[in-house]
Design a protein around this ligand. Structure first.
Ligand code: NAD
Ligand code: UGA
Length: 463
């Protein structure tokens, strides 16, 4: 089937950028991104393209080019489903917060709602593409719902997981390492795979488009995230050993990364990984392994999360210990709140947990982040439900200007690796702070020697 009309359910960090690139590269395909969240859709449609709800370098330019031509954002979900030949499901699949599998399994209620809606609305055969990250074998549940509640039309289900990283979404989508498409081995399944391959082939070289069966595709996505997160936890584990032994984790990372079998990427020690997916996907993997009775497999992967939690906690504990075992009423400035640079996403950011620990010790937290709003910071902390909103309000403030944020602080903690932090006038910051002035660099970002020469007490991870 030649695809001329695509619908994507979910206008989030994946649905929005992914569809924007498909629309840019395939001007003859009408692409409609739908969402129940009216506010989000209104922002995608904002006449000022700089106000789109997701900050990603280069994204507003792509949206400006395609929006209104063949890219549309809408809340009319039924209409978009009805018109499309191919429907991507890009809704959120968070960790369950209730019932069996609470705290581990992926919550598939939004996926099921989409499947039921597609079944109800569809009057012609359609290809349904799982873009969300899903537990292995979810496609069979979707298939059951579609075939048992539908109007007798035929559905093919493909798995096409997304591998983009936030902050580099546009470049990742334009030049992906690979595009993975899983489908049924039947003739109809293979034909559906071909329809999607034809879409990506417009800009992705064919040797980078990999086709597999559905289960391999679903499981490869969880596996890729587990391997990536495991590298971060592995280097973070070594960072603690480096601190005890006089080794320097950056030197160790460089030395091992030059071994082509290990590779140099994803070996940067940090205050701990964040983001909406690593933890959620590993917990899901652990849950799946447990449901098959594979306890050793489950324990192996769970350790990646245990190490990451330890790394975050260790960072805040060290701040308290270094500041003479008390941070009560001390102003501690956070540079960065987002879970990594070049995104406004804060989900599972290490900053949230470090702030929570320090507020527990009654520190006054002053935050500067170039892309995150004060409202978002407070909502992240309130979500933890460790104290009242009023208390969080009292202890956490935010600033538009980094120099104001640092004024009269006892210490600075670097939580996100925004490039601009390196360009600051650090002498001016030092002069405005209380002495002794401390910098705890949770990203090993700043020039420690320069800061020490100014007079800072500078500490980084793993040395
Ligand atoms: P998100 O929360 O940013 O966006 C999901 C959107 O789906 C929300 O706007 C929500 O309102 C909408 N939605 C939920 N149910 C709906 C329904 N029934 N009808 C219409 N809209 C509905 O989530 P995200 O970060 O884009 O992630 C989506 C999926 O992609 C997840 O499974 C995630 O694991 C996966 N993923 C995310 C990334 C990433 O970088 N964020 C990368 C790869 C894969
Ligand atoms: C990650 C994967 O990289 C993507 O391939 C995947 O599609 C995505 O998850 C997903 O499924 O959601 P993302 O979480 O956006 O992407 O960003 P990463 O660059 O992977 O960083 C994740 C976290 O690890 C960040 O907090 C980052 O600061 C941290 N990190 C990363 C380190 O601490 N050290 C490193 O060396 C690399």
């Amino acid at each position: 089937m030649k695809i001329t009309n695509i619908c994507c359910i979910g206008a989030g960090y994946v649905g929005g950028p992914t569809m924007a690139i498909i629309a840019q590269k395939c001007p003859d395909i009408k692409v409609t991104v739908v969402d129940l969240n009216e506010d989000r859709i209104a922002k995608w449609n904002d006449t000022d393209v700089n106000n789109i709800p997701i900050y990603e370098p280069g994204l507003s330019e792509v949206v400006a080019e395609a929006r209104g031509r063949n890219l549309f954002f809408s809340t009319e979900v039924d209409k978009a489903i009805d018109e499309a030949q191919m429907i991507f499901i890009s809704v959120n699949t968070p960790t369950k917060t209730y019932g069996s599998g609470k705290g581990m399994a992926a919550d598939l209620k939004y996926i099921e709602l989409c499947a039921r809606q597609i079944a109800r609305v569809s009057k012609q055969d359609k290809i349904v593409v799982e873009k969300s990250t899903l537990p292995v074998r979810t496609a069979s549940a979707i298939k059951n719902i579609l075939h048992n509640t539908g109007n007798g039309v035929q559905f093919q289900i493909l798995s096409n997981p997304e591998f983009l990283a936030e902050g580099t979404a546009v470049e990742d989508l334009l030049a992906p390492d690979r595009v993975l498409i899983g489908g049924d081995t039947t003739e109809e399944g293979q034909s559906a795979i071909k329809s999607l391959v034809d879409v990506y082939s417009r800009w992705v070289p064919s040797e980078r488009i990999l086709t597999t069966n559905v289960w391999s595709s679903e499981l490869s996505k969880l596996t890729a995230n587990a391997f990536l997160a495991q590298r971060v936890s592995s280097i973070n584990a070594m960072s603690e050993l480096c601190e005890k032994t006089g080794a320097d984790v950056s030197e160790v990372a460089k030395a091992i990364g030059m071994d082509s079998r290990i590779g140099s990427k994803f070996l940067k020690a940090s205050v701990g990984f964040g983001g909406s997916c690593f933890q959620k996907d590993i917990l899901n993997l652990v849950y799946i392994a447990k449901t098959y009775g594979l306890n050793e497999v489950a324990d192996y992967w769970e350790q990646v999360i245990i190490m990451n939690d330890h790394q975050k906690r260790r960072f805040s504990k060290n701040i308290v210990a270094t500041l003479y075992n008390t941070v009560a009423d001390k102003k501690i400035t956070f540079l960065g709140w987002a879970f990594k640079k070049d995104t406004n996403d804060t989900r599972e950011s290490a900053a949230i947990y470090v702030a929570d620990d320090l507020v527990f010790e009654q520190a006054k937290i002053a935050v500067y982040d170039p892309k995150v709003s004060h409202k978002q910071m407070l909502s992240d902390l309130n979500y933890l439900e460790t104290r009242t909103k009023e208390e969080n309000d009292k202890f956490v403030s935010s600033f538009e200007d980094p120099y104001e944020a640092c004024k009269e602080a006892h210490a600075i903690a670097v939580l996100t690796e925004w490039d601009e932090f390196n360009e600051y006038d650090w002498q001016r910051i030092y002069d405005s702070m209380l002495k002794p002035a401390f910098v705890f660099d949770g990203r090993n970002l700043l020039d420690g020697k320069k800061l020490q020469a100014i007079g800072f007490h500078y500490q980084e991870i793993g040395s």
